[in-house]
Ligand binder design. Structure first.
Ligand code: FAD
Length: 423
């Protein structure tokens, strides 16, 4: 791997997501060697993937080169590598580019899409966990519009214009709102050969309300916003199967569609090699203590979505959102220095800053600890927080410019099929 020997302990971080990047930053220029590994050469700002899928943003405005993040860290190295095995007995990992030894290992590999065992849904639906997947969705939506414009029958046209999103969590709700904006503002202008009222967006949720992790107030408001935009919301509905043409559910609802977007859940993305007892099987997450040490290991840690830390307030682990990952990454940086100096580490306590979701222009819901609200002000807060959370000044400027342009012109300018999606 061409990593030089060092007189300092080597910390290997697997994953340059929110957790891994914040850990790497907090270890910058300390008396240790940091090696950051990721299978992508960029950090992905996942909360805005849905805007790439719906042509609102270009992909490079929500991704950021990992080498650039650590360029000023004299003690840090990046390698583009997929890690596939941990040999804890000899403090070594094997990767797609060779083996690497470590003194401390940190696993921050996040999650992958959970299809709950359905092979046909996995084969035929569209996941949205990465930039390439978001671009696939963008291409498919635009290709479907083109195919609908030349369809031979009403049935065929309707299948191209039916968009089904499974999962009424923040991702599904935000995407449904953004696709509804394509229907309401783009289709009537760009696709004069189509009748925009033929385009139907269905959002399917297994629970009895959308945004189940948020308050009932937020769910009600979000559902109202979605209905105003023309989205059909179906609650208490589980998808049973999708063969690429027909969605069948646990109810009478059956939908003919060429596009099923799967936002129904995630499962951990662990790495082979550690003891089975260190995993929480139902969630595929590593069991960690309050210092993020994986159960049964002293020098191996897990952070963010892949870590399950059971505390009094969060007996089933913290929510799989950005804030726990960021906060754990920052604290582990300080704790690793304490471990190295034989000092006592500080236990992690999650500071919940609230949650939010946006449902198209001027519409969002925000849940704070003592205050819940929705509408224009919530939307403004949502935009400000997401803008400021993006990595890199350039990305913030580009996203701000795009949002302003789209807002003024009711436009989504990235309507390009650059790399056609083949089913
Ligand atoms: C579509 C979507 C929308 C979201 N919206 C929000 C939101 O609005 N607000 C919010 O708070 N949270 C949101 N989340 C959740 C949030 O993005 C995650 O909680 C957060 O990214 C977790 O950070 P992490 O560092 O644990 O993992 P990630 O950010 O997922 O990073 C994991 C990294 O590990 C790398 N990796 C994985 N396996 C390997 C391997 N074997 N070898 C090398 N590298 C590997 C990946 O390439 C990736 O870079 C959203 C998630 C998605 C998918």
């Amino acid at each position: 791997m061409n990593i030089p020997k060092s007189k300092f302990p080597r910390i290997v971080i697997i994953g340059g997501g929110f957790a891994g990047v914040n850990l790497a930053k907090s270890l910058a220029n300390k008396d240790l060697q940091v090696v950051l590994l990721d299978k992508h050469n960029y950090h992905t700002f996942q909360p805005l993937l849905y805007q790439v899928s719906s042509s609102g943003l270009e992909p490079d405005s929500i991704a950021y080169p990992l080498r650039k993040i650590i360029k000023k860290h004299k003690n840090s190295f990046f390698r583009l590598a997929e890690v596939d095995y941990i040999h804890a007995d000899k403090n070594e990992i094997t990767t797609s580019i060779g083996a690497l030894s470590y003194d401390y290992l940190v696993i921050a590999t996040g999650t992958k899409t959970n299809y709950f065992g359905s092979k046909s849904i996995e084969a035929n639906s569209m996941p949205m966990k990465s930039v390439p997947q978001a671009l696939n969705i963008r291409s498919l939506i635009l290709q479907n519009f083109e195919k609908a414009a030349i369809a031979n029958s009403e049935k065929e046209r309707q299948a191209y214009l039916n968009f089904v999103i499974v999962g009424g969590g923040p991702t599904g709700v935000e995407l449904a709102g953004a696709i509804a904006e394509l229907k309401n503002h783009i289709l009537p202008r760009d696709y004069k050969d189509l009748n925009s009222s033929d385009m139907q967006i269905h959002l399917l949720e297994g629970a009895n309300r959308v945004l189940p992790p948020m308050s009932e107030h937020a769910s009600k408001k979000a559902e109202g916003f979605l209905q105003t935009l023309g989205v059909h919301v179906h609650t208490n509905v589980f998808v049973k199967d999708y063969d690429g043409k027909l969605v069948t559910t646990n109810s009478d609802l059956k939908l003919h569609t060429e596009t099923l977007i799967w936002a129904a859940g995630v499962t951990g993305s662990p790495i082979h090699g550690l003891k089975a007892e260190s995993m929480l099987e139902r969630a595929n997450r590593y069991k960690v203590n309050r210092f993020n040490q994986i159960e049964g290991y002293h020098t191996i840690f897990a952070l963010g979505d892949i870590a399950s830390m059971s505390t009094e307030n969060y007996p089933n682990g913290h929510p799989q959102v950005a804030q726990p990952a960021i906060q754990q990454g920052k604290l582990l940086g300080k704790n690793l220095m304490r471990f190295i100096k034989n000092q006592s580490p500080k236990p992690f306590t999650y500071k919940d800053k609230g949650s939010m979701a946006t449902i198209g222009r001027n519409k969002a819901v925000v849940d704070l600890k003592h205050f819940k609200f929705g509408g224009f002000f919530a939307w403004f807060i949502w935009m400000f927080i997401h803008l400021m959370s993006l990595v890199g000044f350039r990305n913030r400027v580009i996203v701000f410019f795009n949002w302003s342009y789209n807002y003024i012109n009711f436009d989504k300018a990235a309507r390009l099929i650059i790399r056609p999606f083949k089913k």
